[in-house]
Ligand binder design. Structure first.
Ligand code: DX5
Ligand code: ZN
Length: 219
């Protein structure tokens, strides 16, 4: 099964965003991961619509928008209009998750739900069939460059199992601390989409860092 790579522009150089988007355009990456933080759901603020629109203008790959915001329903349409191809909301931020997921689909976006490290995979049991993707946080959301939490492997396996009957095509995306050292283990556990911020943008050769994640040497 081929996997998707989504470099996170949270780690890009915001003063040279067009240059960094063009690097991703030329790379083996599949999507561009866009982290939206509101200072409420997570203890950090990233950027908003003007930046997403500016990214969309130059991007040749779909925007994978990760909303770390409270009550994301308020802004779904605006993110669609700003260029989102997929929208991920946090389970912990939604009172009526089923309604939110349907609203994302009605906009024509891929619908995805994110789980914080403490949130059990089993909490998705009654919605798994409605989802295009689940994003498992492998760090606590809010910041790039954090250490990967190894309990993630167990969660990926549980989620693959949970999805096997009802939603075998479910995309399982991993976000946080992904680099060359854990890519094989993540894929072997059943993940098929990987977000990478620091491991791409702090590399001397960014194109090569993406290539290594897309075509890892088998360990
Ligand atoms: C963290 C964000 C991530 C972040 C990943 O809250 O959701 O997408 O950019 O960055 P790294 O790969 O550096 O952990
Ligand atoms: Zn993210």
């Amino acid at each position: 099964m081929n996997h998707f790579i989504a470099p996170s522009i949270l780690a890009a150089d915001f003063a040279n965003l067009q240059r960094d988007i063009e690097m991703i355009n030329q790379s083996d990456a599949d999507w561009i991961h866009v982290d939206i933080m509101d200072g409420m759901f997570v203890p950090n603020i990233s950027f908003g619509f003007p930046v997403v629109k500016a990214v969309a203008k130059h991007a040749k790959k779909p925007l994978d928008v990760h909303l770390m915001i409270v009550e994301p329903d308020r802004y779904l349409q605006q993110f669609k209009e700003a260029g989102a191809a997929s929208i991920t909301v946090h389970l912990e931020a939604c009172k009526h998750l089923h309604r939110t997921v349907q609203a994302i689909k009605e906009l024509g976006c891929k619908a995805s739900v994110a789980l914080n490290p403490h949130t059990p995979v089993a909490s998705l049991v009654d919605i798994i069939g409605d989802l295009d993707m689940v994003l498992i946080m492998s760090v606590n959301p809010g910041f790039g460059g954090q250490k990967f939490i190894t309990n993630t492997y167990k969660k990926i396996k549980e989620l693959r199992m949970l999805a096997s009957a009802e939603n075998p095509d479910l995309i399982i995306e991993i976000d946080g601390g992904v680099d060359q050292s854990n890519v094989n283990n993540l894929l072997n556990a059943g993940a098929n989409a990987l977000v990478a911020g620091n491991s791409v943008f702090s590399a001397a050769d960014q194109l090569n860092a993406i290539k290594q994640l897309k075509n890892p040497l088998k360990s």
